[in-house]
Design a protein around this ligand. Structure first.
Ligand code: SF4
Length: 260
């Protein structure tokens, strides 16, 4: 089997990767390190390059979940988000649609937001100064308002880096207080700031090799690329379809939905 191909039964989910200017400037954005052709803007394109061929592969692999995410942009900046969601519903009936976003446009686009089956909001801190240090913007999404307005399940994703690693306890408290039910703490690939679960978290099991804890009824997963066992099929913005997520010419990550 050639590199980048997967056996028909090994695909856990698929990613549709949007590219273009972003509404945040996160220093850890992996899109900045990707080859330029994989960051070719597709924010104004419908249909996306190679979308039909991608859908064919999803049917062949019997993929049950499609994630809209970005290599270097917020997928809600895609001008044809509503059309794409409608197209996927018609072409891939029964497939679960998931949005992975930074949440900047969530409240303004709640109508299309609620057409997905679930969403993940990537937010590194609820402390204003820390948020700004990690995203390059002072506009913090109103996570509590997003949770109140959302008709679909919302998971929160938080990358761990130097500015926020000392504030994870407060972050857990704050997320719990505003009603978050699922939270993922993500190690950045190659980053030396490693979080260790405090004793007050109860270990409840593993998900794809990553430890899962309970915090007062909130599920907390500690996600680490290096122990991840899931595989994905990816449609890049230039129309490439690959089972690998390429970074600087090397196959490093298998789950680009986690790069935010
Ligand atoms: S990490 Fe995500 S939100 Fe941050 S700049 Fe990159 S694409 Fe935008």
């Amino acid at each position: 089997m050639a590199e980048g191909q997967l056996a028909e039964t090994t695909v856990d989910f698929a990613n549709i990767l949007l590219s273009g200017p972003c509404n945040q400037r996160c220093p850890y954005c992996i899109g900045r390190q990707m080859p330029a052709h994989l960051n070719r803007s597709n924010l104004a394109l419908f249909p996306l390059r190679n979308l039909d061929a991608f859908a064919d592969q999803l049917r062949r692999h019997r993929v049950r979940q499609v994630v809209l995410t970005g290599t270097n942009t917020d997928p809600q900046l895609y001008r044809h988000e509503r059309e794409l969601v409608g197209w996927l519903r018609s072409q891939l009936p029964g497939v679960q649609l998931s949005l992975h976003t930074n949440g900047q446009l969530a409240l303004a686009r709640m109508d299309v937001w609620n057409r997905y089956d679930k969403a993940t909001v990537s937010i590194p801190s609820l402390d204003q100064a820390t948020f700004q240090a990690m995203t390059g913007t002072s506009r913090m999404p109103d996570l509590a308002a997003i949770l109140r307005a959302s008709a679909i399940p919302v998971k929160v994703s938080c990358v761990i880096d130097e500015p926020n690693i000392g504030g994870i306890d407060e972050f857990l408290d704050h997320c719990h207080a505003i009603g978050v039910r699922r939270l993922v703490l993500r190690q950045l690939w190659g980053n030396s700031y490693r979080w260790t679960a405090p004793p007050y978290l109860s270990f409840v099991g593993r998900y794809r090799g990553n430890p899962v804890y309970d915090f007062r009824g909130m599920e907390v997963t500690h996600w680490d690329f290096e122990s991840t066992t899931s595989t994905s099929l990816n449609l890049f913005s230039d129309g490439s379809i690959s089972a690998e997520y390429l970074l600087a010419g090397r196959a490093l990550l298998r789950e680009p939905g986690n790069v935010r």
